[in-house]
Ligand binder design. Structure first.
Ligand SMILES: CC(C)(COP(=O)(O)OP(=O)(O)OC[C@H]1O[C@@H](n2cnc3c(N)ncnc32)[C@H](O)[C@@H]1OP(=O)(O)O)[C@@H](O)C(=O)NCCC(=O)NCCS
Length: 177
């Protein structure tokens, strides 16, 4: 049974808006620039609705990170690519007030397990900007390995930033050559 994540629900929007508002400065260096509405309940209702619609269409797995009391403290998502790729790109954030307790590491482990079991994926990928050593530690502790370096990969905090790319293959999958 998962203990540090659960699937996203429509009524999560108020808690997410509160977490994002109180973590606005903490998250800013690691995230795309957000408009003001993103930090409101109405804005999060729209984000949640969009993500759940994408999930119903098979394109996402959307989850909440939970603390030891099962309270929402962050989000973790997979964006799915089917066909011959059978891969997901993972993204996550966690409230500063519960950082350093292993919660992100636990949630990533649980979601990767869902990816390889329930979702039947072959691979999960995540990218971090080079100085995000905390996120890199979360990935390597979960068995991800660095496989690449992508210049100007993603628009983060106002400009295209290089990313270090990590992946984990499903159990039993080995490189072909
Ligand atoms: C990155 C983030 C998810 C980490 O969450 P967390 O719950 O604090 O992570 P954990 O406690 O599971 O693990 C953090 C690890 O980083 C290590 N760490 C923390 N600060 C560090 C530093 N300055 N240098 C090296 N390692 C560091 C911790 O020691 C820990 O590893 P350990 O358990 O082996 O000691 C969280 O800080 C966050 O959401 N940050 C902002 C958004 C973000 O960066 N998202 C990811 C984008 S790729």
């Amino acid at each position: 049974m998962p203990t540090h994540h659960r699937t996203l629900q429509p009524d999560d929007a108020p808690a997410l808006a509160a977490l994002l508002s109180s973590n606005r400065d903490f998250l800013a260096p690691w995230e795309p620039v957000r408009d003001e509405s993103y930090f409101t309940v109405a804005g999060q209702e729209q984000v949640v609705a969009d993500h759940l619609a994408h999930q119903r269409a098979g394109g996402m797995y959307c989850a909440i990170i939970l603390d030891d009391q099962a309270q929402p403290v962050g989000r973790i998502n997979l964006s799915l690519f089917r066909g011959p790729f059978q891969s997901a790109t993972m993204g996550y954030w966690l409230s500063e007030h519960v950082g350093g307790r292993g919660l992100a590491t636990a949630a990533v482990g649980e979601v990767v397990e869902v990816a390889f079991s329930t979702l039947g994926l072959h691979r999960v990928e995540a990218g971090t900007i080079p100085e995000n050593v905390r996120s890199q530690a979360v990935l390597t502790k979960n068995g991800f390995t660095r496989f690449g370096y992508a210049p100007a990969y993603l628009h983060i905090a106002g400009r295209y930033r290089d990313h270090v790319l990590f992946q984990k293959l499903a159990p039993g999958i080995t490189p072909s050559d």
